[in-house]
Design a protein around this ligand. Structure first.
Ligand code: FMN
Length: 256
């Protein structure tokens, strides 16, 4: 192709078209089709609270968990475990934990905000065929982990990276994932026999869904809006404005 001619990747309606001149193409980048797939998983990933009973193919779940296991981790610590929960009796305990924690959480809001909070569906624990508790072993490979000496929580950050991989791989597989954080972790540890040195990081509801939400549910419900990405970028120092280099966003609103 002639240098400088824009390359436009045609994608489904909501995904940004990626335009670039041939000068900017790196020999290491993915083909347009592969890039489109990745961005599609990112932009169409949703936190889901509505599930159908259709069972999950164990091979599919294996691919999703292996994708999670390929996340980066501090010092290659791989501090995660994945507790796969399918027993309704266990789910019932977690659902009760949620109910109690959620009643307490609702008290943090008042008036119309509390009314709106109470109308939100914030979990799918019993509806989802599979729940997964993602944990972090804070002691894995001993007290001295490469890269962890100044920021001790990097093991937890690593576990969150695994969760994000899981979430994106699941979306690509057509599997819905909902993160439930409104839980007492002490109760969760007791209910799941989790030892002291292991910290739960994410409790996930996983299954098929009738339809993925087109926008974050909290946006549709009028609880919160996506912030404009441009407003979140600073240059060279906190709140610094651009001098010699400015990031260009074609139209980030197209991705909602
Ligand atoms: C750490 C974390 C905890 C969350 N906890 C909950 C939760 O307890 N209940 C819930 O309904 N959604 C929960 N969410 C989902 C967020 O509400 C959701 O990611 C956000 O509204 C944006 O929507 P989206 O994920 O569909 O883009 C959580 C998400 C994260 C990353």
């Amino acid at each position: 192709m002639v240098s400088g001619i824009p390359v436009t990747i045609k994608t489904s309606a909501k995904i940004n078209s990626i335009e670039q001149s041939e000068d900017n193409i790196s020999e290491h980048e993915f083909s347009p089709g592969k890039k489109q797939g990745l961005y599609e998983a990112i932009y169409k990933r949703r936190d889901m609270r509505h599930f159908i009973t259709k069972p999950i193919d164990p091979e599919k779940l294996g691919r999703i968990l292996d994708a999670a296991h390929h996340a980066g981790s501090v010092g290659y610590m791989q501090p995660w475990n994945f507790l796969v929960i399918t027993d309704p009796a266990v789910k019932n305990k977690i659902a009760l934990n949620f109910k109690n924690a959620n009643e307490e959480a609702a008290q943090k809001f008042s008036g119309d905000r509390q009314k709106l909070y109470n109308s939100l569906k914030l979990e799918g624990i019993q509806d989802a065929p599979v729940n997964i508790c993602v944990t972090c072993d804070r002691t894995r490979f001993g007290p001295n982990v490469l890269g962890r000496s100044t920021v001790f929580e990097t093991d937890l950050f690593s576990t969150c990276c695994a969760v994000q991989n899981l979430w994106l791989a699941a979306r690509a597989e057509g599997i819905a994932v909902g993160w439930v954080s409104i839980l007492s972790h002490d109760q969760l540890k007791e209910d799941l026999d989790i030892p002291d040195h292991i910290q739960p990081v994410a409790y996930l509801c996983i299954g098929h869904t009738e339809a993925f939400y087109s926008k974050p549910m909290l946006e549709t419900a009028g609880w919160a809006q996506r912030l404009p990405v441009e407003k979140l970028i600073y240059y060279n120092k906190w709140q610094g404005t651009p001098t010699d280099f400015k990031v260009y966003f074609p139209d980030s609103t197209k991705n909602d």
